[in-house]
Design a protein around this ligand. Structure first.
Ligand code: ZN
Length: 561
């Protein structure tokens, strides 16, 4: 644990131009510096560094953050490594924090998750049936230990009733997704009678669990729900274990189940990670392509697996090309990675991996499957299907190669097809606008609070604001909370507070935006915005209530303005 005040100071004292400039050629342009973005392929600079804000931002790919974030992204450093690095540049020593002062909720959640992890691992030793199950799956003790596999006994209160229980601890168990509260207000363990796979973040902290039943019970697999510290769209099972492997690895395999990960790892096929019962997210693709040169997406050969593979392709397209090779491996029908590596052995599996289908082939084959390319209609449809996908490819050369491949399929000269694709009727002026502009008012309000935290901290609470559930409301509430508690907090500090946060990722982008109002106007504008958000929520609630009462009818036509 590194004390927050130290991190704040580190951000304040670090010259971000020096940090970024050592890795990217920068030119001064007004108050900012500009350069070619190191995170995406570009010919004209859209990457900027703002020394006064201690912040970098790319208008092309939306990468952004402070000096710590830059080192983590660019040099693949862990958070403590990046902090060490900056501290070394400044010639100061990183203090360590012990004891229980200022332990936020995140820390307390990590604590109960860590405690659960220890309880589950201890329980595994005392439950021969669970050990037998793992043995029957072919797992050895060493692998089980490496992945910290445990067991949740078939009881309602293994965690809830553990020594040291208290009301507040039970609340934390619920919040950490480890316990469930029933309608009567009683709490009981979520995971019962399951082999437990702790899901760890890249620093090794337990953030959630996956559990598999021993017998034929349902559901077969169960994951922790989303919690303040566990976000499935950002997390991959096995990341920590993959990083613990010594040596440099250029290739990584991504599979669908934690048993697949553990089994492949035991057979020496590493690094390997898995999604957590969700589709491959853009964030997953970003993380993997940043660190590895070849990413193998490995899916079961059934229909669900094929659909998941195509979804992964669509998601990964923006990261294809350049130095990164993306390939797809669909296993034979009825096989998963675990069953295949156990029946065929590691060498066969490695062969399959090295002969996996390149993204370009998979892309064309997938499109061909959806239409009849023998007909003119089919060929025209394939172009329509391909257009939005090709637009997602950021690496220009790669996009041209894919276009050329497609041209061969539809029987058009590549330039002609390229021309057709490049001139769609309405082309967005900017390549990407990833943040949904659902509530521009919310967006403006967060931007304002982020830029002027001292103002945000001084604005009084607004009646009814706690009931606002519009997208972004909880993020805004937490920013206001931090700003109230720490009047001296700066935008750079705030970014750091929300680093591990799903919603907080948007802050980087919002910080790159210029608020419409200056600091003098900010208090009034902020107060007014909060009031308007409350009104917006009430209007929504009213419409919803109305909709319920009328059962059917053109409620959508009721003006919300
Ligand atoms: Zn970029």
């Amino acid at each position: 644990m590194i004390p927050q005040p130290f991190i704040d100071e580190l951000i304040d004292r670090t010259d971000i131009v020096e940090v970024v400039g050592a890795r990217v050629a920068l030119k001064k342009a007004g108050a900012r510096y500009k350069g070619l973005c190191p995170f995406h392929d570009e010919k004209t600079p859209s990457f900027t560094v703002s020394p006064d804000k201690g912040f970098y931002h790319c208008f092309g790919c939306q990468a952004g953050g402070n000096a710590i974030g830059f080192l983590m992204e660019h040099d693949n450093m862990s958070f403590p490594e990046a902090v060490d690095d900056l501290a070394a540049m400044l010639g100061i020593e990183v203090p360590t924090q012990r004891g229980d002062t200022d332990r936020g909720e995140t820390q307390r959640l990590h604590d109960v998750l860590g405690e659960a992890d220890r309880i589950y691992r201890r329980a595994l030793r005392n439950h021969p049936a669970a050990i037998d199950y793992l043995k029957a799956r072919g797992l050895d003790g060493e692998t089980a230990k490496r992945f910290a596999i445990g067991y949740a006994p078939d009881a309602w209160d293994t965690l809830v009733g553990a020594p040291g229980r208290s009301e507040s601890r039970t609340r934390l168990l619920v919040k950490a997704g480890l316990a469930i509260e029933n309608d009567a207000g009683r709490c009981y363990d979520r995971f019962r009678g399951r082999v437990m796979f702790p899901i760890r973040d890249r620093l090794g902290k337990v953030i959630g669990f996956g559990g598999r039943v021993l017998d034929a019970g349902e559901p077969k697999y169960m994951n922790s729900p989303e919690t303040p510290v566990f976000h499935k769209g950002r997390t991959l099972y096995g990341v920590y274990e993959a990083r613990q492997r010594p040596g440099r690895h250029d290739e990584i395999v991504i599979v669908e189940g934690y048993l697949d990960v553990v089994s492949l790892a035991q057979h020496g096929i590493e690094p390997v990670v898995a999604t957590l019962g969700t589709a491959t997210s853009s964030e997953h693709a970003r993380q993997l392509t940043q660190r590895y040169k070849r990413v193998v997406f490995c899916f079961d050969g059934d229909r669900a697996g094929r659909a998941a593979a195509w979804q992964a392709l669509e998601t990964a397209l923006p990261y294809a090309g350049g130095e990164v090779e993306l390939v797809f491996l669909l296993l034979p029908e009825g096989e998963d990675p675990d069953s295949l590596v156990r029946s065929q052995g590691a060498d066969v599996f490695r062969d399959l991996l090295s002969n996996a289908t390149p993204l370009s082939d998979f892309f064309i084959a997938g499109l061909r499957e959806q239409v009849d390319v023998g007909s003119a209609d089919g060929r025209s449809k394939i172009v329509a299907l391909a257009r939005p996908l090709l637009e997602r490819v950021k690496a220009r050369v790669y996009r041209e190669l894919l276009t050329a491949e497609l041209a061969r399929v539809v029987g058009l000269p590549a330039e002609r097809l390229g021309g057709l694709l490049d001139n769609p009727p309405q082309r967005p002026s900017r390549p990407q606008q990833p943040l949904h502009r659902k509530s521009t008012l919310m967006r403006k309000t967060i931007t304002l609070a982020l830029h002027y935290p001292s103002v945000a901290g001084s604005v009084d609470g607004i009646d009814g604001f706690d009931d606002v559930h519009l997208p972004g409301a909880s993020l805004l509430r937490r920013i206001l909370e931090v700003a109230r508690e720490q009047p001296e907090v700066t935008p750079g500090h705030l970014i750091e507070r929300f680093r591990e946060d799903e919603e907080g990722r948007h802050l980087n982008r919002l910080l790159a935006e210029t608020p419409l109002d200056d600091e003098n106007a900010a208090p009034d504008v902020l107060r007014d915005s909060l009031l308007r958000l409350v009104r917006e929520q009430r209007r929504k609630d009213a419409v919803k209530a109305l909709r319920k009462r009328t059962l059917s009818g053109p409620v959508d036509e009721i003006s919300e303005g």
